[in-house]
Ligand binder design. Structure first.
Ligand SMILES: Nc1ncnc2c1ncn2[C@@H]1O[C@H](COP(=O)(O)OP(=O)(O)OP(=O)(O)O)[C@@H](O)[C@H]1O
Length: 248
């Protein structure tokens, strides 16, 4: 049996008093590669925010087990990233190191080598001085993946990392996801491309404001489960403050 990286104990996550995800009870194994899938509004991004700690559970507990080497590496949805901030590609990528060692002390020669290696790994050599505001969507995603590489975290969360990204860039960045998996890191990615999930991600969590199915991908993504998830989200009352299961 594999060790646990993230444990959910009857977790409810939400905004104000409104639950967005509830009845989440289970675990993500250390070193696993898990896709989180579900219709729009199912609570996928909310779940990642709960794991990373920017959203505290309304109920229950999320425990990170054994991830001692560095804080969680988290890639938010592209829409949540402010690209108008006056920052060069180099500085954006270098921030991946700061999350481990802080700003104090500056960047050492060893750090510079690591930054160059990360830029090379994502194909951004020559872009170092470019302001991030001038990058295309795919180039920006490459820079953000380089930052994740430098974070060197045992847990990596990706929120829709390939949305609006072309096939070539997606293939390059998927190689990095596979590399993290080969290095036994725990990777959790929110995805909409179910073909990609079936091809690359051995584990899947299908949610529709609560887990619908969780486990081996080809079993989770059955036509029956996908239909159930869609109906559950469609039937949801967005103004509900109560959990129907608890209220019954
Ligand atoms: N900051 C917020 N304040 C209030 N409600 C929010 C907030 N963020 C998300 N929600 C609501 O929580 C629910 C789940 O949203 P979430 O973004 O987690 O869904 P999702 O599955 O990631 O959707 P999508 O596939 O569209 O990105 C939605 O009803 C959404 O409107």
């Amino acid at each position: 049996m594999s060790a646990t990286a993230i444990r959910f104990d009857e977790v409810t996550l939400g905004y104000g008093r409104r639950p967005a995800v509830h009845h989440l009870d289970g675990e993500i194994a250390a070193g696993s590669l898990t896709a989180v899938v579900g219709p729009n509004g199912a609570g996928k991004s909310t779940l990642l925010k709960g794991i990373v700690g920017t959203l505290r559970p309304l109920e229950g507990r999320i425990r990170l087990i054994g991830s001692s080497n560095a804080p969680i590496a988290y890639l938010p949805q592209a829409a949540d990233i402010d690209r108008s901030f006056p920052l060069s590609v180099y500085d954006l990528v270098a921030m991946g190191l700061w999350s481990r060692s802080g700003l104090l002390g500056g960047i050492s020669r060893k750090d510079r080598t690591k930054i160059e290696e990360a830029l090379a790994a994502v194909g951004l050599i020559g872009f170092e001085r470019r302001p991030i505001s001038t990058l295309s969507g795919g180039q920006m995603q490459r820079a953000l993946f380089a930052r994740l590489l430098l974070q060197d975290s045992s847990v990596i969360l990706l929120d829709e990392p390939f949305t609006a990204i072309d096939a070539r860039t997606t293939a390059d960045l998927l190689d990095l996801v596979r590399r993290w998996h080969d290095e036994s890191r725990t990777v959790v990615a929110v995805l909409h491309d179910l073909d990609m999930v079936r091809r690359v991600f051995p584990q899947a969590l299908l949610i529709a404001r609560e887990p619908v199915a969780w486990g081996v991908t080809h079993e989770v993504l059955s036509a029956e489960n996908l239909l159930k998830a869609r109906r559950m989200v469609e039937a949801h009352d967005p103004h509900a403050h109560e959990c129907h299961r608890n209220a019954a």
